[in-house]
Design a protein. Structure first.
Length: 383
């Protein structure tokens, strides 16, 4: 700036420079050259700055443009790729569509078949119900022939095909046997009842929740019915059954389970109870005339005031059994276990005591007798 000030001072009013001496002129020339050089450098820097900034903006713009074009090309390529490979997978797609169609058709067929089967089942059910109702109406008829026909026809309902009617048929037969029937009709119904009772007991033994362990359920209320000559051999599910006042003359009860059954005044004349389990059974005043108890379990059973005429107790278990007040005329006790059996006030002939003396392991000595009866037993045993 100092150089330029000197130069300005040397310029006269006419615009010409005045040089007083050569030094001044040299300084002035140097100043001019320096100024020119400074101006040139400044211009060059500005030009370079402009040139540098301009390409950066262009590059950014061009880069963004390239990105947009690349994105556009990718989208176009995707569309072109899909349509280009579509013919390649046309067969597979057709097969998939065909399979889906077949599956839908098959499911539709299954649904129609299910509806058809349901309709058939409903029709069969209706026919079964109509048939069952017809049999029940005939069973309640006043005509003997109608009742007999119904009793025989009802046998067909105790098969697997009619299992939904088993319990209902059983209860109807049970109710019928509690009414006064002629001997022939009663015999026919008893045969059907045998089958029905076996099915009902099997249901209980299988653990059916509706019937298991019900001590006084209606299925086992067998009181006041006529079961003359019924065959219940080997039925294990009659525990707690009530046979009070019923007629079981000559019934086959071999190998049955009659634990804790109630048989008050039950008629079991000539019944076969060999090997049956009558543990804690209550058969007070029951009629066991000529009944067979070979090998039966009568432990703690109560046969008080019962008719035991000619009954056979060979090899039976009678520990703690109560026969007080019973009639034992002609009864047999050979090899029976009479440990703590009660024979007080029994009715007997002296010859009947000989059978008691043949009890297993002289167990009669541990039985309970009236004093007079014991004396007779001791006297007979000493002979």
């Amino acid at each position: 700036m100092f150089v330029f000030s000197n130069l300005t001072n040397n310029i006269d009013s006419n615009g010409l420079c005045e040089f007083n001496n050569p030094d001044t002129m040299i300084k002035t020339i140097i100043a001019i050259l320096f100024f020119c050089l400074y101006s040139l450098v400044t211009y060059s820097q500005d030009s370079i700055s402009l040139q540098t900034n301009e390409p950066d903006s262009i590059k950014i713009y061009q880069l963004e443009k390239v990105k947009q074009e690349v994105k556009k090309l990718k989208n176009e390529n995707k569309e072109k790729t899909f349509f280009r490979i579509l013919p390649t997978y046309a067969g597979l797609i057709t097969a998939i569509v065909a399979v889906v169609g077949a599956i839908i058709s098959f499911l539709k067929y299954l649904k129609e078949k299910e509806n058809e089967n349901y309709q058939k089942m409903q029709e069969i059910k209706i026919r079964k119900e109509e048939k069952f109702d017809s049999i029940i109406k005939r069973l309640c008829s006043l005509e003997e022939s109608e009742k007999a026909s119904a009793a025989v026809s009802l046998q067909t309902f105790f098969t697997e095909d009619y299992k939904e009617f088993h319990r209902q048929a059983y209860l109807i037969l049970l109710a019928s046997l509690k009414t006064d029937l002629s001997h022939n009709i009663n015999a026919l119904i008893v045969k059907s009842f045998e089958t029905a009772l076996r099915l009902n007991v099997l249901k209980q033994e299988s653990g059916d929740p509706e019937s298991k362990d019900k001590r006084f359920n209606i299925e086992l209320d067998l009181s006041r019915i006529n079961l003359h000559k019924i065959d219940l051999q080997n039925i294990k599910g009659l525990a707690h059954a009530d046979f009070s006042f019923s007629n079981l003359q000559y019934a086959n009860l071999v190998d049955c389970s009659l634990v804790k059954c109630n048989g008050y005044k039950t008629n079991l004349k000539g019944a076969r109870l060999s090997r049956s389990n009558l543990l804690e059974g209550r058969f007070i005043k029951a009629n066991f005339e000529k009944a067979h108890f070979h090998g039966a379990n009568l432990v703690s059973a109560k046969l008080k005031n019962a008719n035991l005429k000619s009954a056979e107790f060979q090899q039976a278990l009678l520990q703690d059994a109560h026969l007080d007040g019973s009639k034992i005329y002609g009864a047999r006790f050979e090899h029976a276990n009479l440990n703590n059996t009660y024979f007080r006030n029994i009715k007997y002939h002296e010859s009947d005591l000989l059978s008691i003396l043949k009890a297993k392991d002289r167990s009669w000595e541990k039985a309970n007798f009236s004093e007079s009866t014991r004396k007779k037993l001791i006297r007979l045993s000493e002979k």
